[in-house]
Design a binder for this molecule. Structure first.
Ligand code: AMP
Length: 490
């Protein structure tokens, strides 16, 4: 199907062509005609499916009849309201409206919390047809009578599940009370809890149900890789992974705000320029971090789930889960930042033994088993054997550079892992091959030996909390078997 067949106007089609979109995504194919017919819609779709254009394009088409070049604010009442959970998503949706509506005379603006309200009041007072808002700040505007929503014809709830998770339901209800009864309602949600279903029942009138991008459809685009890694070694493994694989534009998820801060600090200490975003960062800091990341000034962005919601980053090839999320659906949201709109992506997770339960839940949701390989920390004997082999002076001499020989296949488990990686991700394998001439060993093709002493590990700020939890257990910190078999030089 082509965009031209969907009933959109020439001005909107021009804007789509400027973006280089060739054909509508599945959700666009289904949602655009239904919305143009004036129907209520319940859309089950994750980010990365093209859902923003799916509701923005027909919304613009429906509002085109109100286009006006008049400067009078009275000629530009709010006709469409889009509620979103976060500032980042508000910015992203607003940018999409401006992009797709650039050849129309429709005006839009956005309001969200954490910034001065005055400039927002100013732009609303000038009159806008389309308003994108987070619920809390919108309520402030309504309560202070800075705006009226009495002419709204289209209401869109985007990422409704996340708004409910964030406790916005009471605010949403208050906002709904200020809207006219007669309007079109569109609701998008990645997940369908009972609460969401209840809200949908109350809000939507005989909705058209559109469900695309079920969690398992993401699998086709994204390669999932899991490394078993003890909690107290994760930071070190992560840095190793980033450096050795030269990963570009990586979004790393950590569960808590303090975890994000600690991880960023750890990276700074290890020569990786990273930025952090989470709920305690102010809007300026968040925008700065996001822009630096988007424009490639920094390669690594560490974020919590909530902060990362709505980040619109094209071509993000890799997402790393420093910890698995407690809610398996958040895994889908996280990896939705990569593998977007047809391009391939990699979802790498560092999984501690304590997180195995979460991994099982994620696999259930993906309807797919993720191949997991365990680094055998406990097998002291094997580690010692490996250590002896790798530090043997004879071997070093043979390798000629004081490093273990490149094409040495040391253990059966190395071979297994090489096969897994080959099966799971051609990209990773290619990288190993292309590194043949590289002086350094490719990632994990050699047994992993901590560069830190026991004393340093004990004092590492990132590891302190986990150590407390682990009490006096003494893990073997000897070398661990390699993760990949080294490339064979032909
Ligand atoms: P979304 O799911 O709305 O966050 O969109 C994900 C990405 O897909 C955005 O970067 C859009 O620019 C892009 N996109 C949306 N629709 C299309 C399309 N029909 N063809 C190609 N890319 C698209």
């Amino acid at each position: 199907m082509l965009f031209e067949q969907l009933g959109l106007s020439t001005n909107i089609l021009r804007a789509i062509a400027d973006e280089g979109y060739v054909r509508p995504t599945p959700i666009q194919e289904k949602a655009i005609p239904a919305i143009l017919e004036g129907k209520d819609v319940m859309g089950g779709a994750q980010t990365g499916t093209g859902k923003t254009a799916g509701f923005t394009l027909p919304m613009l088409r429906r509002l085109e009849k109100y286009e006006s070049t008049s400067r009078s604010p009275a000629k530009h009442p709010v006709r469409a309201l889009i509620l979103v959970p976060t500032r980042e998503l508000a910015i992203q949706v607003s940018e999409s409206i401006k992009t797709y509506g650039k050849y129309t005379n429709l005006k839009s603006t956005l309001v969200y919390g954490g910034v001065n309200i005055d400039t927002q009041v100013e732009s609303i007072r000038n009159g806008v047809e389309i308003l994108v808002a987070t619920p809390g700040r919108l309520l402030d505007h309504l309560q202070q009578k800075y705006l009226s929503l009495s002419r709204v014809e289209v209401l869109i709830l985007d990422e409704a599940d996340r708004m409910l998770d964030m406790g916005f339901l009471p605010d949403i209800r208050k906002i709904l009370d200020t809207l006219p009864e007669n309007r079109q309602n569109l609701m998008f949600s990645a997940t369908f809890s009972n609460e969401i279903k209840k809200l949908a029942n109350q809000l939507l009138n005989e909705p058209v149900l559109i469900e695309v991008a079920k969690s398992n459809s993401i699998n086709n685009l994204i390669t999932h890789v899991v490394y078993m890694s003890r909690t107290n070694l994760k930071a070190e493994h992560l840095v190793h992974l980033l450096k050795e694989k030269n990963l570009d534009q990586v979004l790393i998820f950590s569960r808590t705000k303090s975890g994000v801060d600690r991880l960023k600090k750890y990276m700074d200490q290890h020569g990786i320029v990273a930025a952090a975003i989470h709920g305690d960062k102010n809007q300026l800091q968040r925008c700065q971090a996001f822009n630096d990341f988007k424009q490639g000034r920094i390669n690594v962005l560490v974020a919590t789930d909530v902060a990362a919601r709505g980040l619109d980053i094209d071509e993000l090839s890799c997402v790393i889960n420093f910890e698995l999320p407690t809610n398996p659906e958040d895994y889908i949201h996280r990896i939705g930042r990569t593998g977007r709109a047809g391009s391939k992506g990699y979802a790498i997770s560092l999984v501690s033994p304590e997180e195995k339960k979460q991994l099982v839940e994620i696999e259930k949701l993906l309807q797919k088993k993720i191949q997991v390989e365990q680094i055998d920390y406990a097998n002291k004997k094997q580690n010692e054997k490996l250590k002896a082999k790798n530090t043997s002076p004879q071997r070093d001499k043979k390798a000629g550079r004081g490093e273990p020989k490149q094409n040495h296949r040391s253990t059966v488990s190395d071979l297994n892992i090489a096969e897994v990686i080959y099966f799971n991700g051609k990209h990773i394998n290619r990288e190993i091959k292309s590194n043949k001439a590289n002086k350094h060993d490719p990632l994990f093709t050699q047994p992993y030996v901590s560069t830190k002493s026991e004393h340093e590990l004990n004092n590492d700020s990132v590891l302190k909390t986990t150590k407390k939890r682990q009490g006096k257990r003494n893990y073997n910190r000897g070398p661990v078997p390699a993760l990949f078999a080294p490339p064979v030089n032909k």
